[in-house]
Design a protein around this ligand. Structure first.
Ligand code: PLP
Ligand code: ZN
Length: 421
């Protein structure tokens, strides 16, 4: 395991806020807070453990309109707002009247995370990883990425004044390449898919000192950022939990952390305890979790991704087994849809709610539709669907399905001929 801390630097007091240790998700073994991500006993994933103070709704509501309003519940220092960062979060929760009516869902909300600083939910996780990288004295802020993470790391590193190096699969959509390269001089395209890039990053993290790979060696801190999506949804609903929530699944981290957030809010007495169902969304061309769910098995067989939903194209999802547990335990499901259904759902969301989502959001909205049609989702219950990224990043996905209905001469007669008069 790599040492992010280059010299034997002692962590400053409160470097990780109310976090107390890293705890193994599999065996419960605890290790001290540091640049560790795998259990020394069983190699299970390490998660942040906390000793939360009594937090009140009023204290949170008095905080800034970004993720730091929840800083007491994150592994970040109390003075986090003083360090330059992207200040992500507190995105819109929109009542989706038209989409709800179209799908026959009485009470539907879209949590629109495409309005984050680099237009995806990844700004949340990167902000927490950046804090950890700083406290651990990292010299380089890096990531392997399916696209959005590269954008978020490159931008956050630029703003923080820390060197960034980001690795992407070489076949990534052009807009996502540009959206990274504009912020960093060090964009590296790797011939291979995301899983190859991820393996390379793990190798580099093991060899080089002082590199913080946000989703590798500081992954426990990074992952906690996704909890803020869950906190926000509950707060924006008036401090209560929805009945059902549909979340896209790549590595599965986001889905598990939204569930963790809901559980924490219940334990802290910030929302009333109630049952809720969690649904996972994948594209059929990369659906290892959905396949396992439908087969009723616990093990996830890795796949080679082949889908336009590139930001979800992780063939060997690290948190896939926990996604299965959560979706099964809560009475939800995992479902997948074809690339054509992804494209249709992008247009559906745009034309019903005025929200342009990328292929990941198309996947999530399309899965929501399929869950309704197959009777797996109760249309009488309050439902939230998460839009995790912006459509401008994956323009090509719908470039051939939408466009001008006619090209006309600048004359009234030509306009009338279009039939729009
Ligand atoms: C990364 C990403 C996800 C899913 O992330 P995981 O936490 O790895 O499951 C969903 N949507 C978008 C747009 C992403 O970039
Ligand atoms: Zn363990």
């Amino acid at each position: 395991m790599s040492a992010v801390v280059t010299e034997k630097k002692t962590l400053r007091e409160g470097a990780f806020g109310n976090a107390t240790a890293l705890s193994c998700r599999e065996c419960g073994h605890q290790v001290e807070l540091g640049p560790f991500y795998a259990c020394p006993e069983c190699f299970g994933p390490l998660e942040i453990a906390y000793d939360f103070p009594q937090v009140t709704r009023e204290e949170i509501e008095a905080g800034p309109r970004n993720i730091w309003r929840y800083k007491a519940l994150l592994p970040v220092p109390d003075d986090i707002e003083q360090s330059p960062n992207m200040e992500p979060g507190f995105t819109r929760l929109l009542k989706a009247h038209n989409l709800g009516a179209t799908l026959g869902i009485d009470n539907l909300w879209v949590k629109d995370d495409s309005t984050n600083p680099t237009n995806s939910f990844k700004d949340r996780v990167v902000a927490c990883a950046l804090s950890a990288a700083r406290e651990l004295d990292a010299k380089v802020f890096a990531c392997p990425s399916t696209g959005n993470l590269a954008n978020a790391v490159a931008a956050a590193g630029a703003r923080a004044g820390i060197k960034t190096v980001v690795f992407i699969p070489s076949n990534l959509e052009k807009p996502k390449q540009v959206n990274s390269a504009v912020y960093t001089e060090n964009l590296v395209a790797v011939d291979g898919n995301y899983d190859d890039v991820n393996k390379l990053a793990s190798e580099i993290a093991g060899e080089e000192d002082g590199w913080a790979f946000v989703n590798v060696n500081v992954r426990p801190y990074y992952a906690e950022g996704s909890k803020t999506l869950g906190y926000e949804i509950a707060e924006q609903l008036g401090w209560r939990l929805p009945d059902q929530i549909v979340i896209p699944v790549a590595s599965g981290s986001q889905l598990t952390k939204v569930h963790k957030a809901f559980q924490e809010l219940i334990k802290l007495g910030l929302v009333e305890d109630k049952p809720y169902k969690v649904y996972g969304a994948q594209a059929t061309g990369c659906s290892p979790v959905s396949v396992a769910y439908k087969a009723g098995v616990d093990a996830i067989r890795p796949v080679k991704p082949d889908t336009i939903a590139k930001s979800l194209a992780i063939g060997n999802p690290a948190d896939g087994i926990y996604v299965l547990d959560i979706c099964r335990e809560t009475g939800g499901a995992v479902e997948d849809i074809s690339d054509d259904e992804v494209r249709e759902a992008i247009v559906l969301l745009a034309r019903t709610e005025g929200i342009f989502t990328e292929t990941a959001g198309g996947t999530t909205v399309g899965v929501l539709k399929k869950l309704v049609e197959s009777g797996q989702l109760d249309t009488s219950l309050e439902t939230v669907v998460i839009n995790t990224g912006h459509g401008l990043k994956t323009l090509d996905a719908v470039a051939d399905s939408v466009g001008p209905i006619a090209t006309i001469a600048p004359s009234y007669a030509a306009f009338v001929a279009t039939g729009l008069a």
